[in-house]
Design a protein around this ligand. Structure first.
Ligand code: OAD
Length: 243
């Protein structure tokens, strides 16, 4: 199967952990998923950040090293080429649920990070003016404090129980409401609100495609097509870019 991208004006792609699997990063669900471990799930809850930030840092600090040492794969690269192939009258937006920054490292330019980026740190206080910053430290020894206001510093990722970054969400829904092609790749499609993006695209009249290793369970009827396989193989083929 191939998609003629030139036939569309406004393309939105949503990616999930499956896109980074070939780079060697673990997904969240499934047999080897990060969330298999109860303690890890607890560490990712917003209540833990409030009461035991050291535990939050143990989980997310430890993810920094693998994220930094792996390389983008053929799926990331295919998405870069997709963006580069756009004509002036076409729009392309990549929305990712991934927190690994691999799309940007591969060279994607228009990327919205819906769930944050694990390599960045920010202040817990929403009124503090400290900007999120790239941080090489895993903070396994001590919970860091904000140099401006003294509050606890936190990883710049969305925890369970937290609202998504408001501007990012707004930009995503604006693009979805007018898109004519929507492709979701490597996501189990069960975590809201990203799991509902396909509905906005369908209402807009877009062609909606689900690409994943496994079928979506339960299947969302708003997807018109489902293609099963590995993102790093499917994506280059889909866009007519080699094998
Ligand atoms: P999941 O772990 O829920 O789903 C990953 C999907 O990728 C699964 O359906 C796999 O079958 C599929 N998959 C695995 N390897 C693949 C490959 N090589 N090619 C294509 N597909 C492959 O991850 P997400 O859907 O991204 O949120 O999870 C969504 C959110 O839930 C995450 O962003 C995270 C998590 O809680 C936060 O941390 C806020």
């Amino acid at each position: 199967m191939m998609i003629d991208l030139s036939a569309y004006q406004r393309i939105v792609v949503l990616t999930g952990a499956g896109v980074s699997a070939a780079s060697g990063l673990r997904t969240y669900r499934g047999p080897d998923g990060l969330w298999k471990d109860e303690e890890v799930r607890r560490a990712a809850m917003v209540e833990t950040l409030w009461t035991e930030p050291a535990l939050t840092w143990r989980l997310f600090g430890a993810r920094r090293m693998p994220v930094r040492t792996v390389q983008p794969n053929a799926a990331h690269e295919a998405l870069v080429r997709m963006e580069e192939s756009m004509r002036a009258d076409q729009q392309f937006l990549l929305i990712t649920q991934n927190v690994d920054g691999l799309h940007q490292r591969a060279g994607s330019r228009k990327v919205l990070e819906l769930h944050g980026n694990v390599t960045f740190t920010r202040c817990m206080s929403n009124s503090c003016e400290l900007a999120p910053f790239e941080d090489g430290d895993d903070h396994s020894d001590e919970v860091p404090r904000c140099p401006k206001c003294g509050s606890v510093l936190r990883p710049d990722v969305v925890m369970f129980g937290e609202y998504l970054p408001v501007d990012t969400l707004r930009q995503s829904t604006q693009a979805l409401r007018v898109c004519d092609l929507f492709i979701a790749i490597g996501t189990s499609g069960i975590v809201a609100p990203a799991s509902q993006f396909v509905e906005l695209a369908e209402v807009a009249g877009a062609r909606t495609i689900y690409l994943n290793l496994e079928p979506m369970e339960p299947p969302n009827p708003a997807f018109h097509e489902e293609h099963l396989g590995r993102a790093e193989e499917l994506l280059p083929r889909l866009c007519g870019m080699g094998a």
